[in-house]
Design a protein around this ligand. Structure first.
Ligand code: ADP
Ligand code: MG
Length: 474
């Protein structure tokens, strides 16, 4: 295995690793082993070793005896780890034994002990690339962190589509305040978590969940979740008032503006709008390049500037997806022992981007294809075999196959054709690409297939840009 890259897996989401690992091992696992692995945690991973954490020695030993080889194999195959890569085991700290002295001198639990927030230490202001698309949110979040509760920025409401850094900023606020003023009680919850506590509380007639009113800073993620939850909105409203009245800081994040949240009470909308309303837009090319460059620096991988630009141009504007693409390219380069040059990126970017992509709406695809060939969407569906329409129809079928999760049968239904017709269309496109590659090798740039392949490539690029909007609706 290649050792020339020193990977720092700072950005790697270990939950994803665990998910893939379980998926890969699934066929070989007994139900007990499967259960044991589910409870496992991966607190650390780098190119030399992975730490697997279990609740007891027994579980650890079972996994060690029965699955260690398969696990090591998984890491070697899927991540750019060294040949001496090994598993280190650890046991989760047991819950604290009850302290008898407490019954003599009762201690009132601190609210943060009830809802202790763990902030992701990777999500800081330093690791957040600030550009025109997110500057306002970034600066507002920083201002909040420096003077929580100040009237100038209370509440702060951050909104923007998925994967653009809202959660990152909430954690950055938490991390910042924790480090500058450890005594401040900072609580971060998703709106859904709050709702669960609320429902549980109502069921058990225990209002302990209202401890969230005793914090200095309340950060609530994904507040679009409030939509339509009437009695929870009342609770939320009262929480809001109780905190705001005593100048505690409130920060909210959502994927849309307050008034776009379905069935949200007017009084909450106006509260949300009463402080700073900051948006995060899709990042522009420079910001995407800076994020990409930062990421590779964190991986400690050298990459050419040209290659960075190509990655930034080819990937979605969803930063989460962009990060995934970078990681895959890194892994690939490491496996193949190749340098991350522009050529390498050009060759592999498509497959790396593809894996990340959410399905597109087939109607968007048909519309783009129809526009491109200057026909209508109805023409694509019509019962004519005229070549001006038949070829674009085949292209559309192929692209629907490529850009959605629909199976041939469903695509056929969409176009009012059989699944064989769709299959034939897809095969035809593959032939076009093959012939185009041949024509290119022969320098025959006037070839019909070469032109067609170019058109389809262009369409793919156009459709690639549609993800930024489509992924919002995932
Ligand atoms: P959201 O909550 O808006 O859906 P996240 O905050 O979860 O998005 O961000 C998705 C991923 O992209 C995270 O890994 C985050 O660190 C990263 N990210 C988003 N914006 C930036 C940025 N401007 N600079 C660095 N990383 C970013
Ligand atoms: Mg989020």
């Amino acid at each position: 295995m290649n050792n020339s890259y020193q990977f720092s897996w700072k950005y790697l989401n270990t939950k994803e690793v665990k998910k893939d690992l379980l998926e890969a091992l699934r066929p070989e696992l007994t139900p007990t082993l499967s259960l044991n692995l589910k409870g496992m945690e991966i607190p650390r991973i780098d190119s030399e070793s992975v730490v697997l954490q279990f609740s007891t020695d027994l579980v650890k030993n079972q996994v060690r005896t029965n699955a260690e080889n398969a696990i090591v194999e998984f890491f070697k195959q899927n991540l750019p780890v060294s040949s001496s890569f090994e598993i280190k085991y650890s046991i989760k700290a047991p819950p604290q034994a009850p302290d008898n002295t407490q019954s003599i001198q009762p201690v009132t639990p601190q609210p943060t002990q009830v809802f202790a927030s763990k902030f992701n230490s990777d999500y800081t202001f330093e690791s957040f690339v600030c550009g025109p698309s997110n500057r306002y949110s970034y600066e507002s979040a920083l201002a909040v962190s420096k003077a929580p509760g100040h009237l100038m920025h209370n509440p702060l409401f951050i909104y923007g589509s998925v994967g653009l850094g809202k959660t990152h900023l909430l954690h950055a606020i938490g991390n910042f305040i924790r480090s500058t003023d450890p005594l401040k009680r900072v609580l971060l919850m998703t709106c859904e978590e709050m709702l669960n506590h609320f429902v549980q509380g109502l069921k058990s007639k225990d209002t302990g969940f209202r401890k969230w009113r005793d914090v200095d800073v309340l950060l609530v993620d994904d507040v679009q979740f409030l939509g339509g939850k009437q009695s929870f909105q009342d609770e939320f409203y009262n929480t809001y008032n109780s905190l705001a009245e005593s100048n505690r800081q409130l920060v909210f994040a959502a994927d849309r503006t307050p008034e776009k949240i379905d069935n949200l009470e007017e009084r909450l909308i106006s509260r949300f709008r009463s402080g700073i309303l900051a948006d995060i837009q899709l990042p522009d090319l420079e910001t995407k390049m800076a994020i990409t460059a930062d990421l590779f620096q964190a991986f400690r991988v050298t990459i050419e500037n040209d290659a960075i630009e190509l990655i930034a141009r080819s990937s979605s504007s969803n930063v989460r997806e962009l990060k995934g693409v970078c990681l895959r390219l890194c892994t690939k380069a490491s496996f193949l022992n190749k340098h991350l040059s522009r050529e390498f990126v050009r060759e592999h970017i498509d497959e790396c981007v593809q894996i990340n992509r959410p399905p597109l709406d087939p109607q968007i695809i048909m519309e783009e294809v129809a526009n491109h060939y200057r026909i209508t969407r109805e023409d694509l569906l019509a019962n004519t075999r005229k070549i001006e329409v038949a070829f674009p129809r085949q292209v559309a079928m192929y692209l629907v196959k490529e850009f959605t999760n629909l199976v041939l049968q469903q695509i056929g239904e969409l176009f009012g054709r059989t699944h064989q017709t769709v299959m034939h269309a897809c095969q035809k496109m593959e032939t076009v690409f093959e012939k185009a590659a041949q024509a290119k090798a022969e320098g025959n740039f006037k070839s019909k297939d070469f032109r067609h392949a170019g058109e389809i490539q262009e369409l793919k690029q156009i459709l690639g840009t549609k993800y930024d909007h489509a992924s919002t609706y995932r």
